[in-house]
Design a protein around this ligand. Structure first.
Ligand code: SAM
Length: 267
């Protein structure tokens, strides 16, 4: 179990500050997870909990990679404010003293600039920020041909699929996905609803809009897992953290095994 510091005797909004050993308050303040006076609101607490949970999964993969490689490359897609990247860097990469790198891919230019400025201020020299879409990053010269680990935490809609495509092209050894909202399959389900209503009992699975959305999201993730298995990955799909912390909670971890599964491809 990771060591947690809890401030049980502090005022109500300072309670249950669960900040990991090695995590600086300065970084959390810069990321606006902590306020200037060291407090944390509900949303920030939720976010930090999610990122720490994900960190526990990713740390094991990083240890495995580090045991046999001189350095590690990680690409985080749809990075946003790069909470995940900064926390991974401070808790893990900073102490490696090698050429390991984290690349944050993000389409919002202002977030890329802010990330660059913060990394510079903190001396996080192994962090790079690229103002690219996930799809464009796949062919960008700014990234190495091979990447060890690809992450995408709540990358919007099909950005998760672009991240899978990126990972396959970059022969990633590990892929860690927490998908966001998925609209594409739900839209297709809605389109075929009338025809399906006439033909099949199965239409009940998505007859109501909320079911079309949820079933569409479920189908999307099933397809993603099959795609990864078809490309030689062993896939684990599980929940990231209790539902009270996030509604978008499915965690997909894929490990390359070089054994493509033809049945998954067929399915
Ligand atoms: C919901 S936020 C998640 C941010 C971050 N990963 C986190 O969990 O805090 C999704 C981010 O992905 C970015 N994004 C959406 N589509 C993208 C794409 N196709 N390529 C790169 N970034 C994208 C958005 O600008 C946004 O910052």
């Amino acid at each position: 179990m990771p060591k947690l510091k809890t401030d049980a005797n502090k005022p109500i909004n300072e309670q249950k500050h669960e900040i990991r050993e090695g995590q600086s308050h300065e970084l959390l303040k810069e990321l606006h997870i902590l306020t200037r006076d060291g407090k944390m609101n509900q949303d920030s607490r939720r976010k930090l909990k999610q990122v720490y949970h994900l960190f526990q999964f990713i740390e094991k993969l990083l240890n495995e990679l580090k045991s046999r490689k001189p350095s590690i490359s990680l690409v985080d897609h749809g990075a946003g404010k790069s909470y995940l990247g900064f926390i991974l860097y401070e808790l893990y990469f900073k102490n490696l003293n090698d050429n390991s790198q984290i690349f944050s891919i993000e389409t919002r230019a202002e977030l890329v600039t802010k990330g660059e400025e913060l990394a510079k201020r903190l001396g996080f020299t192994g962090m790079k920020f690229l103002n690219l879409s996930v799809a464009d990053s796949t062919s960008s010269q700014l990234l190495p041909d091979k990447i060890d680990i690809v992450t995408a935490l709540h990358a919007c809609n099909t950005a998760t699929d672009d991240a899978i495509d990126f990972a396959l092209k970059k022969q990633a050894e590990y892929i860690v996905l927490v998908p966001c909202c998925q609209a594409e399959v739900a839209a297709s389900l809605r389109k075929v609803k009338a025809a399906a209503l006439a033909k099949s009992e199965l239409h009940s699975l998505w007859a109501h809009p909320i079911h079309a959305r949820e079933f569409g999201s479920h189908l999307t993730n099933v397809l993603r897992c099959l795609q990864l298995e078809a490309h030689g990955y062993k896939v684990t799909a599980t929940e990231l953290i209790g539902w009270e912390h996030s509604m978008k909670n499915e965690l997909i971890i894929a490990e390359y095994t070089a054994k493509p599964n033809p049945q998954a491809k067929e399915r």
